[in-house]
Structure formats: structure tokens, C-alpha cells
Design a binder for this molecule. Structure first.
Ligand code: HEM
Length: 450
């Protein structure tokens, strides 16, 4: 009997080496300091929401600005001040790029229209996409016994061959970084980071005295880009292009995903007043009537909010699926063999809603289930992926979500947008845009609490 092995999308050295560096960065003490960035940004988020106006309001622009700005500040720190419009420019650029990439999720490496349209793969890819999507959309096609008997299976095999041959030959990260607009902004930010590191080194050599505790904290703070430059050997380490590629990966990975989850949570809370009230009560209990701002230290006590965030990620995982390629034949417990070279879609959305694991109310929003989740349920809960490519920012993401949602629930009462309510019988309608999106643009009504 063959042993089961993990799937791996790639054996590319490029990924392995860079993942090692990212692991060191996310394991370092400096990441904890990023929580201060989140505290500051979540307060700014409140100001932005306060100006959102009455009636139906989309929370998307507010949360996407919050997560983009937080990600950029975590990566580039104080240097971002010199590039005032960076956040807006990148937000726009990433939004557009995400949209295009979502449409071409299987052929990101063929980003050039001029090249792509000339290739026969273009027409085949169009057919392939519709096959892949039909496969994803129709759960009944998940039974391989059924699917293999259908003509669509043969077509799908042909398309997969094309997709994986291409994927083998290209560094996805490099393709991403080149395809993105906003490159000039990224270059300037990297140059600024290097300059400020040189300045700090000089100050240290001259033994510059530090005036206050706050200054001391700032002096010790290291944005992720600085850490990356240091860990990879300073001037002899990553080139500017490599640094830019990694910045792109981090910004893409951190911003859209977190904004999507925060927006789904807002819409769900707006449509579930009982659960929203429980979140509010929990916050009031912790603050004890004080007007002090919420801090990262409060997060471990927000247990019900933690359950709300997880229940949101269960029902609406920002990345509803991921893909892997079998590097060798793999035998599943059912006896079915996935042949070497075969592409596999890991469908988090389907796993998170499987009634065999989550019960008959699997489609319903019930945060309480995470207060007493079974080990089987926790094992089937994969909003941050699983295995060697597990999300490196999961802890930061959860902190960011809890801080921003706590601020929101503390200051506003959320109500369903007129004409866009959801219920067990009428769930939210979603679309796919690299991350999951709400077809009705995450609309709610916001009423300031007295
Ligand atoms: C709710 C928010 C987030 C969700 C749902 C999420 C989800 C995921 C998932 C599912 C993967 C694995 C993809 C795969 O296996 O193919 C992933 C990878 C990754 N995530 Fe996240 N993520 C979130 C936030 C963040 C944040 C805030 C950061 C950084 C600060 C981050 C950094 C990364 C990185 C660097 C990887 C790539 C790991 C690799 O390729 O080895 N993510 N994320």
C-alpha cells in the first residue's frame, strides 16, 4: 500500500528559499510590534466609517483601505510617509490586477494580452475555464465515479495538461511582480528603506542618545522590509527586484484577504442582531464603561468575537480554494489513485460546509459552534490553507480582523442594507475575484451608537 504524501504545488527552488526567509521574519519578535500599526490603523478606520454617511453603505472601500494601509505600514514602516499616495495608488492597482487575475486564475503567467491572444491555448483555456468552473460550481460533480463517466472529464484532462505544463516553467512570483502597476512606488519605498537603515546604522555608530521611551520603541521597531534586507545579507542579499517581488507577495497576501473577511463579517453581523449584540456586550465587559481605545492586549479576551471571525472564515473563506499538483501517484483512503502530474483543487468552501462534519446547520451563521468545536471540525477548518504553504500571516490576520471589527461593533450598530438582507433561506450571493466577493458590494447600514 502506497503511503499518503502531501501535495505540493511546486518544487521550485525560488519558493523554498524565499519561504525560509519569510518564516524567519514571521517568527521574529518584531512581528508582534506590527500590532501597534493595526491599533493605529483601526482607529483611522473608525474615522473613515464615521464619514460614510447614512443609508446603504458599502464597507468595502473602508476596510480595503484599512488593510492595504496596514500592510504597507507593516512592510515599509515610517518610510511610507514620504509616499503619501502609495496606499491609494497601490489599492487601485491591486484592485484592478486582482480582477484580471481572478478572471485568468489558471493562466496568470500569460499576462501579456498581445502574446496570450496569439496562442492557441487562448481558446482552449476559455473552454477549460468553463469546465473548471462548472466542476467547482456543481457539487454533484465531486463524485469522481460520476465525473469520469462524463464527456467533460476528457475535455478537462486535455485542458489540465496545458495548464500544468505552463505552470511548471514559470515563477509565479516574478510574473506577479512584473504584471503589477505601482512598480515605481515600490522601488522608491525600497530605496527609502535602505536609506533609513543606513541612517540608523550611522546613528548607532555615533551613539546617538534617545530622548524618550516612545522614541526608544520607534528606534527598535523594524518594518518587515528592513528585516528582509537584514536577514538576506544586506547589500549582498536580495536584489531590488527580489525585494519588490516579496513586497508584492506580502501586500497581495495580506490586504485583499483580510478586507474580504472583515467585510463578510460586517454583513453577517448586520444580518444577525443577536450575535452582534453579544459581540457588543463582550467589548463593554472588557472596557467596563471606559472610553479608552481597544488595544492588542484586549484581543485574547474577545472570545466570542474570535468565534465570529472564525465562523465568517468558515462560511466565506477569503480564498475559497487552492490548487496543488501531485508530484507522485497518491492513493486516497477510498482506494482512488491521483496520478503523478495531476492537478488537484482543494475546495475549502466545500469542506467548510460539509454537513457530515459541521451538522445539518452547516450553511448557517452560528459562531457558538467555534466555542465548542470538535477536533474533527478544527481539522476540516482551513481558511489559511494547510501544510508547507500554510499562511504565514494567519496570526496577524486574526488580530487585524478582531481589532477592526471590535472597533466597528463598539461604535456602530449595524443593520442590513435595505433590499439586501440575507437569511438561512436566502444566503449572500458571492463572486470570485482571486478572493471571494459579495455580489452586492458588502452593503450595510451604519448607525452610530450613542
Ligand atoms: C483573512 C486573511 C487571510 C487569509 C484568509 C489567508 C489565506 C491564505 C491561504 C489559504 C494561503 C495558502 C495558499 C495555498 O496554500 O495555496 C495563504 C498563504 C500566504 N499568506 Fe495568507 N491569508 C490571510 C492573511 C495574510 C496576511 C495578513 C499575511 C501577511 C502579513 C499573509 C501572508 C501569506 C503568505 C506570505 C502566504 C504564502 C505562503 C507561501 O507561499 O509559502 N496572509 N494565505
Amino acid at each position: 500500500m502506497r503511503r499518503r504524501r502531501c501535495f505540493a504545488t511546486t518544487t521550485q527552488e525560488i519558493w523554498r528559499g524565499r519561504r525560509k526567509v519569510l518564516c524567519q521574519i514571521f517568527g521574529s519578535k518584531y512581528v508582534g510590534q506590527s500590532l501597534r500599526v493595526l491599533e493605529r490603523r483601526s482607529t483611522a478606520l473608525l474615522r473613515s466609517l464615521a464619514g460614510a454617511g447614512a443609508g446603504n453603505v458599502s464597507v468595502w472601500p473602508h476596510f480595503s483601505a484599512y488593510t492595504m494601509r496596514s500592510a504597507l505600514e507593516m512592510i515599509f514602516g515610517e518610510n511610507l510617509k514620504a509616499e503619501r499616495d502609495a496606499s491609494e495608488q497601490l489599492l487601485q492597482a491591486f484592485g484592478e490586477y486582482a480582477h484580471n487575475l481572478g478572471a485568468r486564475v489558471c493562466q496568470v503567467w500569460l499576462y501579456s494580452d498581445a502574446v496570450y491572444r496569439r496562442l492557441p491555448v487562448h481558446a482552449r483555456q476559455r473552454r477549460c475555464k468553463s469546465v473548471v468552473w462548472r466542476r467547482l460550481d456543481n457539487v454533484w460533480l465531486y463524485s469522481d465515479a460520476v465525473y469520469r463517466r462524463l464527456p467533460v472529464h476528457a475535455r478537462h484532462r486535455r485542458c489540465k495538461g496545458v495548464v500544468w505544463r505552463r505552470l511548471d516553467n514559470v515563477s509565479t512570483r516574478t510574473a506577479w511582480a512584473r504584471a503589477l502597476p505601482g512598480v515605481a512606488v515600490q522601488q522608491r519605498l525600497i530605496a527609502l528603506t535602505k536609506q533609513s537603515m543606513a541612517k540608523k546604522r550611522l546613528e548607532q555608530q555615533q551613539g546617538a542618545s534617545r530622548a524618550t521611551d516612545a522614541d526608544e520603541l520607534d528606534a527598535e521597531y523594524k518594518p518587515l522590509m528592513e528585516l528582509m534586507i537584514e536577514l538576506t545579507g544586506g547589500d549582498n542579499g536580495y536584489t531590488d527586484v527580489e525585494l519588490r517581488e516579496e513586497a508584492v507577495v506580502l501586500v497581495l497576501a495580506a490586504s485583499d484577504t483580510t478586507a474580504t473577511a472583515a467585510c463578510f463579517a460586517s454583513v453577517l453581523l448586520a444580518n444577525h442582531p443577536r450575535e452582534q449584540h453579544r459581540v457588543y456586550e463582550e467589548i463593554q465587559e472588557i472596557l467596563g464603561g471606559s472610553e479608552r481605545p481597544l488595544t492588542a492586549e484586549d484581543l485574547p479576551n474577545l472570545k466570542y468575537l474570535d468565534a465570529v471571525v472564525k465562523e465568517t472564515l468558515r462560511l466565506y473563506p477569503s480564498k475559497p480554494f487552492t490548487m496543488r499538483k501531485c508530484t507522485q501517484d497518491i492513493q486516497l483512503p477510498s482506494g482512488l489513485v491521483l496520478p503523478k502530474g495531476c492537478g488537484v483543487v482543494l475546495h475549502f468552501w466545500g469542506m467548510h460546509r460539509d454537513p457530515r462534519c459541521w451538522g445539518a446547520d452547516a450553511d448557517q451563521f452560528r459562531p457558538e459552534r467555534f466555542l465548542s468545536a470538535t477536533p474533527d471540525q478544527l481539522a476540516a477548518f482551513m481558511p489559511f490553507g494547510h501544510g508547507p504553504r500554510y499562511c504565514l500571516g494567519s496570526r496577524l490576520a486574526l488580530s487585524s480582523l478582531k481589532l477592526s471589527l471590535a472597533q466597528l461593533a463598539r461604535r456602530f450598530r449595524l443593520a442590513p442594507a435595505a433590499g439586501y438582507g440575507c437569511s438561512a433561506a436566502e444566503p449572500l450571493r458571492v463572486s470570485y475575484d482571486i478572493t471571494l466577493k459579495h455580489v452586492h458590494d458588502f452593503k450595510v447600514q451604519l448607525r452610530a451608537r450613542p
